[in-house]
Design a protein around this ligand. Structure first.
Ligand code: UDP
Length: 489
């Protein structure tokens, strides 16, 4: 037969936007090779949300997995973490374990449909290491994929497994199995980590889920070898499995219906500013700062005299999706003054971030340092002013500042006291022609070139991320060949 049958890949991310989005980006990247049919599995609500993002001509199929959260103390019909109160996230994590039989059935049905052929590969979330057993039962290759960077994920993994701060009386400690990360300070712990005692539901779940990553045949990370060797080394050592840095895997187009400003308008505004003169400020899609921090930041922006684009969202304590009330949350007349002087642009809710970061007028990014934002900034050679707020963002900043030298931390967390003078000082240090600023810009350009090289594929040259992807697909093929050979006998 001339037309070659496409290999099949099954993907299952954890049911949270921060996990689904990198999986979607990976699915779209794999789809571009035209070699695979991809079955993207999730709860029905998430599948509905995903449908518009799947191009009509793609070989990506969305498949619903039944999920009943009601027995885990969750509100009826909970299918993702979107509007789940913080104290129920652990219950949701626990409830996700109940997907096992349904996922097994999906794989088993799939094998039956394919006349006994197992999927070429099953790719699941870092919280779903338990899928390895199911994939292997049916003879499929199993990989974990995480949208995190190696270093940040390694710190997070080690912290949860060891809870080292629990036996520590001082404010600083080192990670027992990751000393290369050097000291961690208690202010660098996410709230749920701070509260963890090893017996709480979150700890119990993560401490059983994370080590199951070791059962996978390999781990895919959204990062670049040359940038992230220390973190990659941790997982290689810890799991004894291949770890493939295939990043950056990013969605090229994330414009949303809720976008408050068109990319054109933004570009137009930026076009009127001199090269390298604008600070871009955003805290990502899920995190906000407190009302008093927002006030200090606004005063700092006014005092430092720099051009800026700021994606504003309601402060801590308000519904993240409610209307932004500049009159209540910013200094009096701030928005009008910024508009009148054309100094600053306030964008409500959602900005075309990738377009902004790639504009030559932008010279620094004040960011919560979520990993996607980090990759987007560095891909454009833009140094960062770090303000981590949650999860592994604290360790992303640590990597960027201490190991790479492209970031300066300005504040830490949603409840720290931050003074406008300090913010001004740090913004100036990064944006002005200071020794530090120049060094950071130089380094950021180097990193940009490094990232460009990693994804480069030309005749005789394959970048590290291209190679890592090849190695992953080869490993899966090898398993496939092994199975064929076994079947032939
Ligand atoms: N993003 C955007 N516009 C916004 C805010 C966020 O396009 O106003 C995009 C951003 O480009 C990135 C993602 O949303 O791709 C945020 O991911 P990240 O890992 O940085 O942080 P998270 O939102 O998961 O905390």
């Amino acid at each position: 037969e001339m037309s070659q049958r496409k290999e099949s890949i099954v993907m299952l991310p954890f049911m949270a936007q921060g996990h689904i989005i990198p999986f979607l980006a990976l699915a779209l990247q794999l789809d571009q090779t035209k070699k695979y049919t991809i079955t993207f599995v999730n709860t029905s609500l998430n599948i509905k949300k995903l449908r518009p993002s799947i191009p009509a001509n793609s070989s990506i199929h969305l498949l619903e997995i039944p999920f009943d959260s009601s027995v885990y103390g969750l509100p009826p019909g909970t299918e993702n973490t979107d509007s789940l109160p913080y104290h129920l996230i652990a219950n949701f994590l626990e409830a996700s374990l109940s997907l096992k039989p349904a996922f097994r059935k999906i794989i088993s049905d799939h094998v039956e449909e394919q006349k006994g052929h197992p999927p070429f590969c099953v790719i699941t979330d870092m919280f779903f290491g338990w899928c390895a057993e199911i994939a292997h039962e049916f003879g499929a290759f199993h990989a974990i994929f995480s949208g995190c960077g190696g270093f940040g994920f390694a710190c997070y993994y080690s912290l949860w497994l060891n809870l080292p701060h629990q036996n520590n009386l001082s404010d600083e400690f080192t990670l027992p199995d990751f000393p290369e990360a050097s000291t961690i300070h208690v202010t660098q712990l996410a709230e749920n980590l701070k509260e963890a005692n090893g017996k709480d539901l979150f700890s119990v779940c993560l401490q059983s889920m994370l080590p199951e990553c070791t059962n996978a045949d390999g781990i895919l990370l959204n990062t670049v070898e040359e940038l992230d060797r220390v973190g990659l080394g941790y997982f290689r050592r810890k799991t004894g499995k291949p770890v493939w840095p295939i990043g950056p895997v990013l969605l090229s187009n994330r414009s949303q219906d809720q976008a408050a400003i068109t990319p054109d308008l933004c570009k137009h505004w930026l076009d009127t500013k001199p090269a390298g003169s604008v600070l871009y400020i955003s805290f990502g899609s899920q995190n906000v700062i407190s009302a008093s921090q927002m006030m200090e930041l606004a005063m700092a922006l006014e005092a430092c005299g720099k051009h800026f684009i700021w994606v504003v969202r309601p402060p801590v304590g308000f519904d993240i999706n409610m209307e932004f009330k500049a009159k209540e949350w910013l200094p009096e007349g701030f928005e009008e003054r910024m508009e009148h002087s054309k100094r600053g642009l306030l964008v409500r809710k959602w900005a075309p971030q990738v377009e902004i970061l790639s504009h030559k007028s932008v010279s620094a990014f004040l960011s919560h340092c979520g990993w996607n934002s980090v990759l987007e900034s560095l891909s454009n050679g833009v140094p960062l002013v770090g303000w981590p707020l949650a999860a592994e963002q604290f360790y992303n900043v640590k990597l960027l500042e201490e190991h790479i030298g492209v970031c300066l931390e300005v504040a830490r967390g949603k409840s720290c006291e931050v003074r406008q003078e300090d913010i001004v000082k740090k913004i100036m240090l990064v944006m002005d022609e200071t020794e530090k600023g120049n060094a950071m810009r130089r380094k950021a350009r180097e990193v940009r070139d490094m990232i460009l090289d990693a994804v480069q594929y030309e005749n005789d040259h394959k970048g590290s991320s291209v190679k890592a992807m090849d190695e992953f697909l080869d490993a899966a093929s090898l398993m496939r060949e092994g199975n064929k050979w076994a079947a032939d006998r």
